[in-house]
Design a binder for this molecule. Structure first.
Ligand SMILES: [Zn+2]
Length: 43
């Protein structure tokens, strides 16, 4: 699980609320809030 503000690493994460995919392409990228619903927890 990844939370907004963490740096979980490269990968595609799915919003736990709405299922929106968020892709991080750099290990130093911080997890943003969900672009669709602003939820902060991702799988
Ligand atoms: Zn969402």
């Amino acid at each position: 699980m990844a939370t907004t503000g963490e740096k979980p690493g490269k990968g595609t994460y799915g919003c736990r609320n709405c299922g929106q995919s968020v892709t991080l392409d750099d290990h130093s990228d911080k997890m943003p809030p969900c672009p669709r619903c602003a939820h902060t927890e991702f799988n």
